[in-house]
Write a protein that binds this ligand. Structure first.
Ligand code: FAD
Ligand code: SIN
Length: 518
C-alpha cells in the first residue's frame, strides 16, 4: 500500500536534516527515508570542521576568494556568495540550537586548513565536528512533530508522472518489499559516491544512489568528472582508509617520503597547505619516485598533550593500529573523498525535473567548481539544505497531493543491495583507470568494462552503481584538460575552452554550460 505525505526527503546527513527542518517549519508533513540508522552518513564522520566567517580578522570576501581559487576557475560566483554570506547566519542558528563548537575561555576557536587565507574553521570535540552536527540536528528535528524519520529505508528510484517527480520507491524495512511514497516534492540529500573507488574515506552508505536515481528520472547531471581525493587517509594493510584530517597539517603536520625527506616544496610553495588536488598528486608522484605505497604524516614536532586533546578520535583510532600520533610516522596515501559534481541545481536546490530538489554532496550548485575548499561542505549542506526546503514549500503551494495518481501497480523492481561482485569490479576499475590520474586510453577501457557490466542482468541498485561509474568516466573522457580534481595525464594543462560545466542527461550527448543556474 502506498504512503502519502507532503514532502519526501531522502537522506539524513546535514543537508537532509536541515531541509527537513525547513519543510517542517512550514507545518508540512515530512517523510525522511534513510538507508541505514539515522546517524550513518558522511556528515557523521566529518572531522576537520566547518568553514565560516565569524572571526574578527575575517570577512565574506576573503572566504569567497579562497573558495574561488580552490575551484580552479569553475565556481559559480553567485553560489559561492550565497554560501559564504548566508553561512554565518546558519552557523549562528546551529549554535542557538545547541551545537557545541570548541571554545577557549568561552570564545570560539578557529583552526587553519589548506588553501584558507584565515583561521576560519570551527570544530567540535576536537576532530568530531560531523558527529556534533548530526547530534544537534537530529535533536532539533525531533522537536518537529511532523517529521517522520524512517531508518533502513533504502530508496532505489523516483516516480515521475507527466514530467514531474511525485514520489519514490523504497524498500520497506518492515514489510521487506518495495513500496511507494508520494508527496508534493522530493528533496534528494543522499550525499556523495566515495564508494565508487577501491580506496575511500567514505562510509559504506556513500554509493551515490541519489545521483543515479535523478539521472534515470531525467535530471541533468553536472561536473561528474570532478572527484576530490583526500591526500591523507591512513594506509595500513587490512585497515579501513580512516581519514587523518587536513587540520593536522593545518596545526603543523609535515609530509615526508619513505626516505624521511620533507618533499612538498618540490611541488608547491604552499607545501603541506597547498590545495588537496595538488597535495594528492604530489604524494602519488613521490610514492612512484620512491617505489612505495605510502608517504608519512609527521606530527612528532608538536606537543603530545596538545595533539591528544585536539585530535582525540584520530589518536584513539591510530592506537588501534599500533600507532602513536605524537611519536610515530603515520603512513598515509590519497583516497577518494568528495564529489564536486552531482544533480544540477539552481541556487534554491531545484533540479531540472519539476518536483525534484537536491542539496548537499549529491547536488551541484557550482559552489565548489573543480575542487572543493576544505570544510566548505558541512556549510553547503546547511545553507542549501535550508534553501531547498524553503523553495519546495514555496513552489508547491499550488500543487496538492491529491493531484497525482497513486500507482498501486507493483514496481517490478529487482530490490537487492548492490551485488558484491559488481561493486568490487567497478571500484577496482574506477581506482585504476578513473582515479587521481586519468588519460584517454584508461578511460576508454573503463567505459568499455562498465558498458559490459551494464549489459548483464542487474538489480536496480547495481544498475544505479555502474551507471554512476559511467557518468564519471564519460565526463572525464570529455574534459580534455587538467583542472582541479580532474587531472588528464594526456592533457596536463588547463584549457580556456573547457572553462564550462559538463552536463549529462539520459539519451543525450554530453553538453556544456557556462553556469550551473538554468
Ligand atoms: P551525507 O552526510 O553523506 O548523508 C547522506 C544520507 O543519505 C545518509 O543518511 C545516507 O544513509 C542516505 N542515503 C544514501 N543513499 C540512500 C538511499 N538510496 N536511500 C535512502 N537514503 C540514502 N566536510 C566538511 O565540511 N568538513 C569536514 O571536516 C569534513 N570531513 C570529512 C571527513 C570524512 C571522513 C568524510 C567522508 C567527509 C568529510 N567532509 C567534511 C565532507 C562532508 O562530510 C560531506 O560532504 C557532507 O557531510 C555531506 O552531507 P550530505 O548531507 O550531503 O550527505
Ligand atoms: C578533513 O578533516 O581533512 C576533511 C575536511 C573536509 O573534507 O572538508
Amino acid at each position: 500500500m502506498s504512503l502519502v505525505t507532503d514532502f519526501i526527503v531522502i537522506g539524513s546527513g546535514v543537508a537532509g536534516l536541515r531541509a527537513s527542518i525547513a519543510l517542517a517549519e512550514s507545518g508540512a508533513d515530512v517523510t525522511v527515508l534513510t538507508k541505514d540508522k539515522a546517524s550513518e552518513s558522511n556528515t557523521e564522520y566529518a572531522q576537520g570542521g566547518v568553514a565560516v566567517v565569524l572571526s574578527e580578522d575575517d570577512d565574506a570576501e576573503l572566504h569567497e576568494g579562497d573558495t574561488l581559487v580552490a575551484g580552479a576557475g569553475l565556481c559559480d560566483e553567485p553560489a559561492v556568495e550565497t554560501l559564504v554570506t548566508e553561512g554565518t547566519k546558519y552557523i549562528k542558528q546551529l549554535i542557538d540550537w545547541g551545537t557545541e563548537f570548541d571554545r577557549e575561555g568561552g570564545k570560539l576557536v578557529f583552526t587553519q586548513e589548506a588553501a584558507h587565507s584565515r583561521r576560519r574553521i570551527l570544530h567540535a570535540h576536537g576532530d568530531s565536528t560531523g558527529a556534533e552536527f548530526v547530534r544537534s540536528l537530529i535533536a532539533r528535528a525531533r522537536q518537529e512533530r511532523t517529521i517522520n524519520l524512517l531508518p533502513f529505508a533504502n530508496t532505489e528510484s523516483l516516480i515521475v508522472e507527466d514530467g514531474r517527480c511525485v514520489g519514490v520507491r523504497f524498500l520497506d524495512p518492515i514489510l521487506r518489499s518495495p513500496r511507494e511514497v508520494y508527496g508534493k516534492a522530493v528533496i534528494m540529500c543522499t550525499g556523495g559516491a566515495g564508494q565508487l573507488y577501491q580506496h575511500t574515506t567514505n562510509p559504506p552508505v556513500a554509493t551515490g544512489d541519489g545521483m543515479a536515481m535523478a539521472y534515470f528520472a531525467g535530471a541533468e547531471m553536472a561536473d561528474m568528472e570532478f572527484i576530490q581525493f583526500h591526500p591523507t587517509a591512513l594506509s595500513v594493510e587490512g585497515a579501513p582508509r580512516f581519514l587523518l584530517s587536513e587540520a593536522m597539517r593545518g596545526e603543523g603536520g609535515i609530509l615526508r617520503n619513505v626516505q624521511g625527506e620533507r618533499f612538498m616544496s618540490r611541488y608547491d610553495q604552499r607545501q603541506e597547505l597547498a590545495p588537496r588536488d595538488i597535495v594528492s598528486r604530489s604524494i602519488v608522484a613521490e610514492m612512484r619516485r620512491t617505489g612505495s605505497r605510502h608517504v608519512f604524516l609527521d606530527m612528532t614536532a608538536l606537543d603530545a598533550e596538545f595533539l591528544r586533546e585536539r585530535f582525540p578520535k584520530i589518536d584513539a583510532t591510530c592506537k588501534q593500529f599500533g600507532l602513536d600520533i605524537a611519536k610515530d610516522m603515520l603512513p598515509v596515501s590519497p583516497a577518494s573523498h568528495y564529489c564536486m559534481g552531482g544533480i544540477r541545481t539552481d541556487l534554491h536546490g531545484r533540479s531540472t525535473v519539476p518536483g525534484l530538489y537536491a542539496a548537499g554532496e549529491v547536488s551541484c550548485t557550482g559552489v565548489h567548481g573543480a575542487n572543493r575548499l576544505a570544510s566548505n561542505s558541512l556549510l553547503e549542506g546547511l545553507v542549501f539544505g535550508a534553501r531547498a526546503g524553503e523553495a519546495a514549500v514555496a513552489d508547491s503551494l499550488k500543487f496538492g497531493v491529491s493531484d497525482f495518481r497513486l500507482s498501486e501497480a507493483p514496481s517490478g523492481q529487482n530490490s537487492q543491495p548492490i551485488s558484491t561482485a559488481v561493486k568490487k569490479r567497478v571500484k577496482r576499475v574506477m581506482w585504476e583507470r578513473v582515479g587521481i590520474l586519468r588519460d584517454r586510453g584508461s578511460l576508454l577501457r573503463a567505459i568499455s568494462e562498465f558498458e559490459q557490466i551494464e549489459r548483464s542482468n542487474l538489480g536496480t541498485s547495481s544498475r544505479n552503481f555502474v551507471t554512476l561509474a559511467l557518468l564519471v568516466a564519460r565526463a572525464a573522457l570529455w574534459r580534455e584538460e587538467a583542472r582541479g580534481g580532474h587531472f588528464r595525464s594526456d592533457f596536463p594543462e588547463q584549457r580556456e575552452e573547457f572553462r564550462v560545466h559538463s552536463i549529462q542527461k539520459q539519451g543525450s550527448d554530453i553538453s556544456s554550460s557556462p553556469q550551473m543556474d538554468f
